[in-house]
Design a protein around this ligand. Structure first.
Ligand code: NAD
Length: 257
């Protein structure tokens, strides 16, 4: 028996990295999973891979900055699978720019991708979860949102928004048995972090108490717990999964002049 048997989940940004690991774990635990991503080839490939054996995963092309795309994927999911129990707002990101070099376009794009998408996803999912008698919304925040992390200025601000939106919406929908939580990862070895962090392996090793990068599966394990009925009394929480990064002195990932 799987821990998510009979559950229906949407995972955004699930063609790569953390989202992909979450989608795989959810599928392995019995959920029907909709992989919502802009990367069509990698998303379709993931759906094929996770559907081997007993798993059920499908791909929908979704740009989370477009409200229409998010509405379509929620509507299709309910039409195809009958309900929506779990939403993982995972897609997000922002540019590595010094404060001086951060443009208004960077700022707006980062907020659209990282925070506005979470707001839209929550707004669309909540009515469906009410119909289902409850649900679990999980957003992927970041330690950058807990204490700021130069040179990720716009990103740090947007992730702080994810953390506080999680808390305010959790208070609103608790009465409907909808739980709203977020996960704050430390440094996780994914295509995104390896390509953006200079000297990534060394940065991974020195940034936290446990001297190695986290794996996407470490975040997937927490997402599975929050999605499952074992977390039925957890809402409004920010679960820090970071190898003890928060216990260490902040180490700048890159020095700004
Ligand atoms: N990797 C880390 O160290 C780390 C740490 C803290 C938080 N996070 C957060 O975890 C989440 C996933 O990051 P990752 O490292 O796995 O990234 P990744 O680049 O490996 O994967 C991101 C996925 O999101 C998709 N995507 C990008 N823009 C999209 C859009 N507009 N609409 C739909 N999908 C889109 C990409 O195609 C890709 O499949 C992000 O929110 C990120 O901020 C990552």
């Amino acid at each position: 028996m799987g821990r998510l048997d009979a559950k229906v989940a949407i995972v955004t940004g699930a063609a790569s990295g953390i989202g992909r690991a979450i989608a795989r774990r959810f599928t392995d635990e019995g959920a029907a999973v909709v992989i919502a991503d802009i990367n069509e080839s990698a998303g379709a490939q993931a759906a094929r891979e996770f559907s081997q054996g007993a798993g059920r995963a499908v791909f929908h092309r979704v740009d989370v900055t477009a409200e229409r795309d998010l509405k379509e994927v929620v509507d299709r999911t309910v039409k195809d699978f009958g309900r929506l129990n779990i939403l993982v707002n995972n897609a997000g990101g922002g540019p590595w720019r010094t404060f001086e070099q951060t443009t208004l376009e960077d700022w707006d794009r980062t907020f659209a991708l990282t925070l506005r998408s979470v707001f839209i996803g929550m707004r669309l999912a909540i009515p469906e979860m009410r119909k289902a008698g409850g649900g679990s919304i999980i957003s992927i925040a970041s330690n950058a949102g807990l204490r700021g992390m130069p040179p990720l200025h716009a990103y740090s601000a947007a992730k702080a928004g994810v953390i506080n939106l999680t808390a305010s919406v959790a208070r609103l929908v608790g009465k409907d048995f909808i739980r709203v939580n977020c996960i704050s990862p430390g440094l996780i070895a994914t295509p995104a972090s390896r390509s953006t962090i200079p000297d990534a392996e060394a940065a991974f090793a020195r940034a936290q108490a446990i001297p190695k990068a986290g794996a996407p599966e470490d975040i997937a394990a927490m997402a599975l717990f929050l999605a499952s009925d074992e977390a039925q009394w957890i809402s409004g929480a920010t679960m820090v999964v970071d190898g003890g990064q928060n216990t260490a002195e902040p180490v700048p990932l890159i020095l700004e002049e």
